[in-house]
Design a protein. Structure first.
Lengths: 210, 210
DNA sequence: AAGGGACTAGACAGACCGGTCTAGCGCGAT
DNA sequence: ATCGCGCTAGACCGGTCTGTCTAGTCCCTT
């Protein structure tokens, strides 16, 4: 639906082009201030691109940028999930948490921000921009599916697997958010541990999924 | 710092006045779309008040409104925590969760929104509005303190109590957010249960807090 | 060498933003 | 009755927002 033009996966040349620079800048800014909190001029300034380029690559404007950012990072996380070789899903979770942690730290050092909950930042205010909210939902859906798949492989029923996956995501998002707001990075690590324990499947039955 | 005027707790008359209407409208809108996603004109339209009234009651403008909204709801939650009579903190947590759940449901029915993570919505983009971010932080701080107080009363060490309290808050916030984004209300209930289990203190020692 | 299309470049437009200002209403005190 | 003040009312202002438009550059193809 929508977005009639562009969206080149292998456009033609682009060694490391404008399009990517814009997406990266947008990712960073959206994470810091959410959808309505950033203007395209600001994105442009960071990406060092003129307006013409932006609307050439993203004829759908700000919405399209946000949507693609969401797709980009959800894809990245899904890859992490599938790539992590750890035996148990809990281990995988810890691995992802560690990588997100590094990511937060590095961007905090270079840019001055420090959250990871990009999707959250965009999802929280989708009410005025429905396509963005929808994209956020799809992003969660994809990540949850990848996580649930692993959980099922360990013998969990589909419904339970999905619920745990979503709960784990929620834990991470909430942890990242509160951790940033409070200025206590260690809190995020605690949340990661918490999410990981949620992915523990054997031994201690966890009961009441409803 | 700031806000030199007004802030009347018992102004003079006000049977159920403009000031409250503005705060309520702002609360609802901020919850739906975050700080930057809401314009004061919109708040005014819902509150059915003219601009003059707004700047009479809130000379600090939008920032002040957001700040007071944050204070209002954090106070409300703290009261809930202290009022809940349940013996264990876990029970208290469940009680709060249930009340937040009702609140979400009712506002969803009347207004069409459906999140509870107001603080999250405001905290997420405080970068451009530092006083708002600070207020969000204070709000979390107050709630966490109230929660931690109960946990300590059950024998937990201060540090551990605080960490668990913040983690519980994060779980609730994340749960509310993902639940709303995914359009699955039941997810919030699962998150509540998860937060409650985090407040279980005796019996099963939970290990590694760092 | 010449032509054409992808992309860059930024001036511009219209809408809307938060915030200020002056005017006036209504009620309680005197 | 009239005065004063808390509050309402909304026109207005400069600035910023997203998005459009025309020109121009650069490279790739032929």
């Amino acid at each position: 639906m929508g977005v009639p033009v562009a969206r080149a996966t292998t456009p033609r040349k682009e060694p490391l082009g404008t399009r990517q620079r814009i997406l990266r800048a947008a990712l960073r800014l959206f994470r810091q201030r959410g959808y309505h909190g950033v203007g395209i001029n600001e994105i442009l300034a960071i990406a060092k691109a003129p307006k013409g380029s932006l609307y050439h690559h993203f004829p759908g404007g700000k919405d399209q940028i946000a949507t693609e950012v969401l797709e980009m990072i959800s894809e990245r996380v899904v890859e992490m999930i599938q790539a992590e070789a750890g035996p148990t899903t809990a281990e995988v979770m810890r691995g992802i948490g560690a990588r997100l942690w590094q990511w937060m730290q590095s961007t905090a050092a270079s840019g001055g921000d420090g959250a990871c909950a990009v999707i959250a930042a965009l999802a929280a205010e989708g009410d005025t921009a429905p396509p963005v909210a929808l994209a956020a939902r799809r992003a969660y859906e994809r990540i949850a599916a990848a996580l649930a798949q692993r959980l099922e492989r360990q013998g969990l029923a589909p419904r339970a697997a999905r619920e745990r996956a979503l709960l784990a995501i929620a834990t991470l998002e909430g942890g990242g958010l509160v951790s940033q707001t409070m200025g206590e990075p260690s809190l995020f690590l605690a949340a990661v541990e918490r999410a990981a324990s949620l992915c523990e499947v054997a031994s201690t039955r966890k009961g009441k999924p409803s």
